[in-house]
Design a protein around this ligand. Structure first.
Ligand SMILES: [Zn+2]
Ligand SMILES: [Zn+2]
Length: 286
């Protein structure tokens, strides 16, 4: 029997839409769920964002009896947190969940912000109902986090209304970046984003709009597939995952954008619920 080592990164997308869940009718091929990406790395389960995709992920974890996770918010706009109150591991005694956020306004901590979100009259429950051991962690963009042995998470401030944080996860010579909800400034390279995606194996990037649409949506805090391609080329990144699909986007449009992007950057793939990507340990450099 061959004893295969687990991949260095085992990534699964649970939600790739932005702003609002899809509503069926031509919005199903890429999934209807909002932002949630799971990375199993170095024996830990890191989860980026708690959009509606977090709900089926939680069900799957509860079914398997796997009740540990480190959750990181890009920020707390609804499409990135609305799955949190429905994340089953939070209701399981013995579960251990850390929740990290790094962009809070007015000096609010991660816990205060979640308490603000989960309360009457918006919800009938508060975080006090959680049976899991929950560790709320606040950090500042730019901090380097270490959620597990040999796993480094670099963070950086993104250009988004009310703030957002981008992440770069490094392990076993590989790097995966999660950069969503960020607006680029035309003609200027965002050095923070460039630093997060430099030489990365996989880059999740906010490709809500196209450049042609951008004139209508300046100031909303989002970017384009064209800018994603430009940044990945500049950074020497290998694979671009189109992410945070605009809520009005239909399947056929996403497929067309993916095809267009592939013509200029063949490593492009459209994010969708159920997309699974793995990376083996990087070969040692000699
Ligand atoms: Zn968003
Ligand atoms: Zn946002």
């Amino acid at each position: 029997m061959i004893d295969e080592a687990p991949p260095a990164f085992d990534i699964r997308v649970w939600g790739a839409r932005g702003t609002l869940p899809g509503c069926g009718n031509g919005q199903v091929a890429y999934g209807t769920e909002t932002c949630c990406v799971e990375m199993r790395v170095g024996g830990r389960r890191l989860i980026f964002d708690a959009g509606t995709g977090l709900v089926p992920l939680g069900r799957s974890m509860a079914t398997l009896g796997e009740l540990e996770a480190d959750l990181f918010f890009s920020h707390v706009h609804y499409d990135h947190i609305m799955g949190l109150p429905f994340f089953l591991p939070l209701y399981r005694p013995g579960a251990r969940v850390s929740i990290s956020a790094g962009h809070m306004l007015d000096g609010r901590s991660c816990m205060e912000t979640i308490e603000d979100f989960m309360r009457a009259p918006f919800l009938p429950i508060t975080p006090k109902i959680f049976a899991a051991e929950v560790d709320y962690r606040s950090f500042s963009p730019g901090d380097v986090l270490a959620p597990g042995a040999g796993v480094t998470v670099k963070t950086g401030r993104l250009n988004h209304p009310n703030g957002a944080v981008g992440y770069r996860v490094e392990h076993a010579g590989r790097a995966v970046a999660y950069v969503t909800d960020t607006e680029h400034v035309e003609g200027r390279t965002d050095e923070t984003v460039l630093g997060l995606i430099e030489g990365a194996d996989i880059v999740f990037y906010d490709t809500s709009y196209t450049e042609a649409e951008m004139t209508k949506f300046r100031g909303y805090g989002h970017s384009t597939w064209e800018e994603g391609v430009r940044l990945c080329q500049l950074a020497g990144a290998r694979r671009l995952v189109l992410f945070h699909h605009a809520h009005m986007r239909y399947d056929a449009e996403i497929a067309r954008i993916e095809a267009e992007a592939r013509l200029v950057f063949p490593g492009t793939i459209a994010g969708r619920t159920g997309l699974s990507l793995t990376l083996n340990e990087a070969p040692a450099r000699v």
